[in-house]
Design a binder for this molecule. Structure first.
Ligand code: F6P
Length: 333
């Protein structure tokens, strides 16, 4: 069977005028950087890649060596292509505009370079998440200075989003707004090959993903939903539920995409805004999940409708199989 490569898929999207040449090149560059990160993650301790970097990121979290390296790989890969106006990273406080001698392009890139990196030392899947926005224009039709304000657009304005999972295989999942497609890294040819075309999340599920160690701090609607799942055939749902929690959003969302499920990181009395980042995690995953027929809310609002107030803002996330997300959301009303 002849399979489509990521390059062929993107060229097809360009020929159908769904993306322009600049966006295609940007997406190819991101994918290339993900291959390089995959190689480094794969080498692990052999390349002295494990352990702490000895620095904290903007969130005050201890950075791993591979967090820092992944961020560098993505920045270096993207700085000279001429497709980007600026770059924002979960690991860096302020956006990094593209400056001379490099040419500035029309897109803004947001990345979580190594999501789930607390799992890296214990050999559990981690990944990279990305989101692409257009740089807004001024009233005179010129591109705005790509400062923080330029990035603060609702997730519905994303022109592309995706993520890579560095697991038993490296997979690259992407949407440019016409469905969701998954590609597996063929390590012999070093190409991403389409293995998961047109992913659709089943509307119903009997599997949930949540960190239950926070249960005592949850809000009542989330507690009610999980209690009902746990009651299984004896409870109001009348069926048994299974639970999975990898603690790498990329891996939990990939599972949700491939076999359905509901993934939740709700706000609670300790993490009052939620834990996950709106711009780097929630928005790109929400676009992907909606494009795959699922739903994504913060309990009250569609994630993609939230007007961001800050680059590193956190948000509650409930996403996955539509009927289950709708149910939890209705419990919040
Ligand atoms: O935000 C980073 C992250 O590692 C996500 O990938 C993951 O879903 C979550 O945090 C895990 O959180 P916890 O350590 O509370 O289970």
């Amino acid at each position: 069977m002849r399979r489509v490569t990521l390059t062929q898929y993107l060229v097809g999207r360009q020929q159908n005028n769904l993306i322009n040449a600049d966006l295609r090149l940007l997406l190819e560059t991101i994918a290339r950087a993900c291959k390089a990160i995959s190689t480094r993650v794969n080498k692990g301790a052999l390349a002295d890649g494990l352990g702490a970097a000895g620095t904290d990121n903007i969130q005050g979290e201890a950075q791993k060596k591979l967090d820092v390296l992944s961020n560098e790989i993505l920045m270096e890969a993207n700085v000279w292509g001429g497709n980007l106006a600026a770059f924002a990273s979960e690991e860096v406080e302020r956006p990094v505009p593209i400056t001379e001698p490099y040419k500035r392009g029309e897109y803004l890139l947001l990345i979580d370079p190594l999501d789930g990196s607390s799992n890296i030392d214990v050999n559990i899947s981690v990944g990279t998440i990305f989101s692409v926005l257009r740089c807004p224009k001024t009233a005179e039709g010129k591109y705005c200075e790509p400062e923080e304000a330029a990035f603060l657009q609702p997730g519905s304005r994303q022109v592309a989003a995706g993520f890579a999972v560095y697991g038993p295989t490296t997979v690259f999942v992407i949407t440019v707004g016409d469905g969701v497609h998954g590609f597996t890294l063929d390590r012999e040819t070093y190409t991403f090959v389409q293995t998961h075309p047109d992913i659709k999340i089943p509307a119903d599920t009997a599997e949930f993903a949540i960190n239950t160690s926070n249960m005592r701090r949850w809000e009542p609607p989330v507690k009610r939903y999980i209690d009902e799942c746990l009651a299984g055939t004896d409870g109001p749902r009348g069926k048994d539920f299974n639970m999975r929690w990898v603690a790498s959003m990329v891996a939990d969302v990939f599972r949700t995409l491939t076999r359905g499920g509901i993934f939740m990181y709700p706000r609670d009395s300790k993490q009052k805004e939620g834990r996950l980042r709106l711009m780097y995690e929630a928005n790109p995953m929400a676009l992907i999940v909606e494009q795959a027929g699922g739903a994504a809310t913060d309990g009250a609002r569609r994630i993609l409708d939230i007007q961001p107030k800050g680059l590193h803002q956190r948000v509650a996330v409930i996403l996955g199989s539509k009927n289950e997300v709708d149910r939890v959301t209705s419990y919040h009303k």
